[in-house]
Design a protein around this ligand. Structure first.
Ligand code: BGC
Length: 484
C-alpha cells in the first residue's frame, strides 16, 4: 500500500529516542530497500497552551528566548557548582530521560522540570522547530486562516532545499558554484502571497494532469469527461485549481542518510472534472550525493488519468537577471512531439536530427532558439515534449544542463517516457518575485519529466490511465555537481 499517513501536521508529536522506527520496502525504480525512520525526525507543533507564543512578534520572541537562555545557563552553572554536577552529565540523545531518572530530591525535580520546559519552549520561541537537518517554520497564513509551513532540508555539503506544504512547492534550492558559493537556482517568490496568486507554476507539484489536454475533454471506458479549461480552450496543469493551489499534509521522512518531506493529499472524485478519488503523494529527498529526488505516487478508487509533474524553473547562474540562453542542454531524445497552434501534440513523433530541436549533444539553448522554424514560432521558443530514448520504465539519464559561467551542472534522471523543455517564453517581466526581481523573457527554464501531453486523446501514446488496485509512480532525480 502507499504508506502515507493521513496525519496532518498538527498530529505530529515530538520524537522519542530510538523507538517507533518504521522500515518499508519500496522504490518505483526497483532500486532497493528504503528505510524510513520517522520517529526521531518528527517535529512538534505548539501545544494549545503555548499557541499564543507563535503570535508574538519575532523580535519579542527573540528577546524572551535570550532571557530564558541566560537564565538556564546561569542556573545550570550554579547548580553544577553547588550541587552534584555528575547528575547533569548529558547521556547521548536521551539526556532528558537520564536526567529525570537521576532525580532524588523534590528540589532537583523542580529545577529539572524548569530546564526541561525551557528546552521544550526554546525552539517555539525561536519561531521554528528543528530535527536533524530539517527545520520547520511557519510560512504564512492562508486566506482561510490555515498556516502554511516551510521545511528546509540541508545535506552534508550545505545544499539547501526549501519546501512548502502549499502546492507541495519547491520554494528554493541552493547549490554551490565552482568557487563553492551557494545560490538559489530556482525561480519563485519570497513569501506565501506570491505563490497564492501565481499562474506560472514556479516549483510546483502539478496535477492531476501536468501539461495540456485538448479542449479539456477525454473519453475513458466509453464515457466522456469534461475538465476545467484554463488555457484558451484547453486544460493545462490540472485546471483552475490544480494540485499547485491546494494544501497538502506533510510528514518528515528519512531514507538512508537523506532527509525529506512527504506531501500527501486526497483529490476528491470530480475535482476539476477528473473521475475517481485520487490519493496522491510526492516525496522530496535531499541526499548527500547532492541529489534532490522527487517521487510521485497515486492510487484511485475509479478509473482515471494521472500525470503528476514537478515544475521548477531553473537558472543555474543563480542570478535570475541573467537569461538561460547560455546554458548548455543535452536531451537523451531522438524524437520530438510537434504541436499545433494551441501547443497540443499533433500525434507525430518527429526525428530531431538536423533541426533546432536536436539536443542529443550538449548545445547552447540560445544557439538556435530564434531560427526560422514553424515549431519554434508556435512555442515562441522551446515549449515541447521530447520522446525520451529510455522507454523501459526504469530510471535513466534524461537530460544534462550546464552553466559555463558558474560551473553549476545538473543531471536529470527519470523513469517517465517524456520531457517537456520550456524555455521561459511566457516570462515577461510583469511578475515581481524573489528579491524583488522581475523575471524577464527566458530567465528560467523548465525540464518537466512526464507522460506526453494530451495522451488521453492519443491512443498511440503510452497510457496514462490508472485503475483501482494499480499504483502510479514517477521518479525524477536532479543531481548537482560543478565543472572546473
Ligand atoms: C508549459 C508552458 C506553460 C508553462 C507555465 C509549461 O509546462 O509547457 O506552455 O506556459 O508551463 O504554465
Amino acid at each position: 500500500m502507499l504508506g502515507w499517513t493521513s496525519s496532518a501536521l498538527k498530529n505530529e508529536v515530538p520524537a522519542s529516542c530510538g523507538d517507533g522506527r518504521v522500515t518499508r520496502k519500496e522504490n518505483s525504480a526497483g532500486e532497493g530497500t528504503e528505510a524510513s525512520a520517522e520517529s526521531c525526525w518528527k517535529t512538534a507543533e505548539l501545544p494549545p497552551a503555548l499557541s499564543a507564543v507563535g503570535h508574538l512578534p519575532l523580535k519579542l520572541r527573540h528577546q524572551i528566548l535570550w532571557v530564558i537562555l541566560i537564565d538556564k545557563v546561569a542556573s545550570i552553572v550554579a547548580y553544577s557548582r553547588f550541587e552534584n554536577a555528575e547528575q547533569f552529565r548529558v547521556d547521548g540523545l536521551c539526556f532528558l530521560n537520564s536526567i529525570i531518572r537521576r532525580i532524588t530530591t523534590m528540589r532537583m525535580l523542580a529545577q529539572h522540570t524548569m530546564i526541561y520546559l525551557g528546552l521544550a519552549v526554546l525552539p517555539f520561541l525561536a519561531g521554528c522547530t528543528s530535527s536533524g537537518p530539517v527545520v520547520k517554520r511557519s510560512y504564512g497564513t492562508m486566506p482561510d486562516g490555515r498556516i502554511a509551513k516551510l521545511y528546509t532540508l540541508t545535506n552534508a555539503h550545505g545544499l539547501k532545499a526549501t519546501l512548502t506544504n502549499y502546492g507541495a512547492i519547491l520554494v528554493s534550492l541552493e547549490v554551490p558554484d565552482r568557487a563553492g558559493k551557494l545560490a538559489d537556482v530556482t525561480l519563485g517568490y519570497d513569501s506565501l502571497e506570491g505563490w497564492l496568486s501565481s499562474t506560472s507554476y514556479f516549483g510546483a507539484t502539478v496535477g492531476r494532469y501536468g501539461n495540456r489536454i485538448a479542449k479539456g475533454k477525454f473519453v475513458l471506458d466509453g464515457k466522456t469527461f469534461t475538465l476545467a479549461t484554463n488555457d484558451g480552450e484547453n486544460h493545462l496543469h490540472g485546471g483552475v485549481k490544480g494540485f499547485d493551489k491546494v494544501f497538502w499534509d506533510a510528514k518528515l521522512v528519512k531514507r538512508g542518510g537523506a532527509a525529506g518531506v512527504r506531501f500527501t493529499r486526497t483529490s476528491p472524485d470530480g475535482e476539476e472534472g477528473y473521475p475517481g478519488k485520487l490519493k496522491a503523494a510526492v516525496t522530496y529527498l535531499l541526499t548527500d550525493n547532492d541529489e534532490l529526488r522527487v517521487e510521485f505516487k497515486a492510487t484511485t478508487d475509479k478509473p482515471t488519468i494521472v500525470n503528476l509533474v514537478h515544475h521548477s524553473y531553473w537558472n543555474l547562474t543563480g542570478d535570475p537577471n541573467n537569461t538561460i540562453l547560455d546554458h548548455e542542454l543535452m536531451l537523451a531524445a531522438d524524437h520530438l512531439l510537434p504541436v499545433d497552434e494551441g501547443l497540443i501534440p499533433t500525434g507525430e513523433l518527429r526525428p530531431v536530427k538536423g533541426t533546432p530541436f536536436d539536443f542529443t549533444q550538449p548545445a547552447k539553448i540560445g544557439a538556435r532558439i530564434n531560427a526560422e522554424d514553424e515549431q519554434l514560432k508556435r512555442g515562441n521558443g522551446y515549449d515541447h515534449c521530447w520522446v525520451l530514448r529510455n522507454q523501459t520504465g526504469k530510471v535513466a539519464l534524461a537530460a544534462t544542463l550546464y552553466d559555463p559561467s558558474s560551473g553549476r551542472a545538473m543531471d536529470l534522471l527519470t523513469d517517465q517516457p517524456g520531457i517537456q523543455f520550456y524555455s521561459g517564453n511566457f516570462l515577461d517581466g510583469t511578475v515581481k518575485a524573489k528579491g524583488g526581481v522581475k523575471y524577464q523573457f527566458r530567465t528560467g527554464l523548465c525540464l518537466e519529466t512526464q507522460h506526453y501531453p494530451d495522451s488521453p486523446n492519443k491512443p498511440d501514446f503510452p497510457s496514462v490511465v490508472l485503475r483501482p488496485g494499480e499504483i502510479y509512480r514517477h521518479t525524477m532525480i536532479l543531481r548537482f555537481s560543478v565543472k572546473k
